[in-house]
Design a protein around this ligand. Structure first.
Ligand code: HH2
Length: 445
């Protein structure tokens, strides 16, 4: 790595080359290695300070190692190289006061409303700013404090760990998916007459089978089969009809495909029959609101995608409002995951999905994408379903069959922000894009 630009040598002057740019500069300018020499060096702007990218423990250690810092120094300094900002909601004012003092005394920061100093306000939000090192010390101190602070310390530790942890290998039936290794592609197979983008195309079983085979050949890691459209305004279909559409296809495909099949349904009865027919994963757009779905997933020990939706497909796009869409969706997903665990489902079976387009405006969808990384705080793999959706059409002014580039842009951005599985129609294009995005990001959180 070059530290400084070589200074221009005065004409005719013979100067011995020296690899150290500072010494070389002194010599070319006939300067002593003294303060004046140093000043001239800096005034010439030979040094090039550069903001470097350190995102995680690994890149922090690597940067220090490349400086030849001693092993002990790397251990001490690397947690200081990673800065995190945490928002805490509904904190007791007394607890907030202690946190503020503890953060400040460590050189960190804690922002709170002015009311903090009145001490009569019951609850408030706070934003903490600090290095991993400062958080570690803060939490050790909070462990000894009153007002629920030991519990909060535990939550802060968990959140920081979740944010950059490696995900477990997902086992499902005879398949395993290592979600930390790369982005996985979930190919959409809608066996419906009315889905917003491919409605009617694969309603015929022969066409559905052929399309699933093609998606597998194009690089799909999972095939997600749905028998009811959930596009805005869609009418629900009967249980019998949904079963009739999906179960025979799943039976046939599970014997033929060498990748797992997921059932896209919010009806526990459909999920049960689909699992019996060979599906090994549930994709629930209703986010496990139905207790029976939790019971089924726990009984069968299968992974479940818990998706957020505000309202129902019939009314979800009628003026959806949020105070802070990311906070609300994130908290709701956290609650649903907790409930599912209490209901017997193991924590590492739960995947979360912010539900792009389900009770969200264009701005909400963009905000969720922009801040997708915040969902990593929950510690569950993130599924992202942007494929050909209306918000892409609204920006580009294009119909659903011309939204592939728009979809690719959201997939790449989603991957950089932590998406682990992307649910898409255009498998071939997306699988290629994922390989490039994965190569760039090295899939490290
Ligand atoms: N989107 C749709 C359906 N299921 N599941 C998850 N987990 N995430 C999503 O974003 C998601 C989903 C809607 O898309 P599509 O299946 O293409 O359309 P339709 O509901 O009209 O069949």
């Amino acid at each position: 790595m070059q530290v400084g630009r070589k200074a221009k040598r005065p004409q005719g002057q013979k100067v011995k080359e020296n690899k150290n740019p500072l010494l070389a500069f002194w010599r070319t300018h006939n300067l002593d290695p003294s303060t004046s020499g140093l000043l001239a060096y800096y005034e010439e702007e030979i040094l090039y300070p550069r903001v470097i990218r350190i995102e995680n423990q690994e890149s922090a250690e690597e940067a220090l190692r490349s400086l030849k810092v001693a092993a002990q120094g790397i251990k001490i300094m690397s947690p200081k190289a990673i800065h995190r900002i945490i928002k805490i909601s509904g904190i007791d004012a007394r607890a907030a006061n202690i946190i503020k003092q503890e953060m400040l005394s460590r050189g960190g920061e804690a922002a709170a409303p002015w009311d903090l100093y009145k001490m009569d306000k019951k609850e408030m939000d706070m934003i903490l700013m600090g290095t991993l090192r400062q958080y570690g010390e803060l939490c050790s101190k909070l462990d000894m404090q009153p007002f629920g602070l030991p519990r909060l310390a535990q939550k802060i530790r968990e959140t920081l760990e979740n944010y950059s942890k490696s995900l477990p290998v997902l086992s499902m039936g005879r398949f395993t998916l290592d979600l930390s290794s790369r982005t996985h592609v979930m190919g959409i197979l809608n066996v419906t007459p009315d889905s917003f983008s491919d409605g009617g195309k694969f309603f015929d079983p022969a066409a559905a089978l052929e399309h699933a085979q093609q998606m597998a050949a194009d690089g799909a890691d999972i095939i997600d089969i749905g028998g009811e459209s959930t596009r805005p305004g869609a009418e629900p279909v009967t249980l019998e009809e949904e079963l009739r559409r999906t179960v025979p296809i799943i039976e046939k495909l599970s014997g033929e495909l060498d990748i797992p099949i997921s059932i896209d349904t919010y009806k526990p009865e459909v999920a049960r029959e689909a699992l019996d027919a060979g599906a090994v994963m549930i994709n629930d757009i209703n986010g496990l609101r139905d207790e029976k779905m939790v019971e089924l997933a726990a009984e069968k020990d299968v992974p479940v995608v818990v998706m957020h939706m505000k309202g129902t497909p019939r009314d979800m796009q009628k003026n959806p409002t949020y105070e802070d869409v990311v906070a609300e969706v994130c908290n709701w997903l956290g609650d649903q995951a907790k409930r599912a665990v209490q209901g017997g489902l193991s924590k590492n079976r739960i995947l979360i999905d912010p539900g792009i387009g389900f009770g969200k405006t264009l701005e909400h969808n963009l905000e969720i994408l922009r801040r997708l990384a915040e969902f990593k705080s929950l510690g569950h793999p993130i599924v992202l379903g942007t494929s050909r959706k209306a918000f892409i059409g609204a920006i580009l002014g294009l119909p659903s069959d011309e939204r592939v580039e728009g979809t690719l842009a959201t997939v790449v951005y989603g991957i950089t922000q932590g998406a682990n599985i992307v649910r898409v129609h255009d498998v071939k294009e997306v699988a290629r894009v994922c390989r490039i995005a994965d190569a760039i990001t090295d899939r490290k959180p």
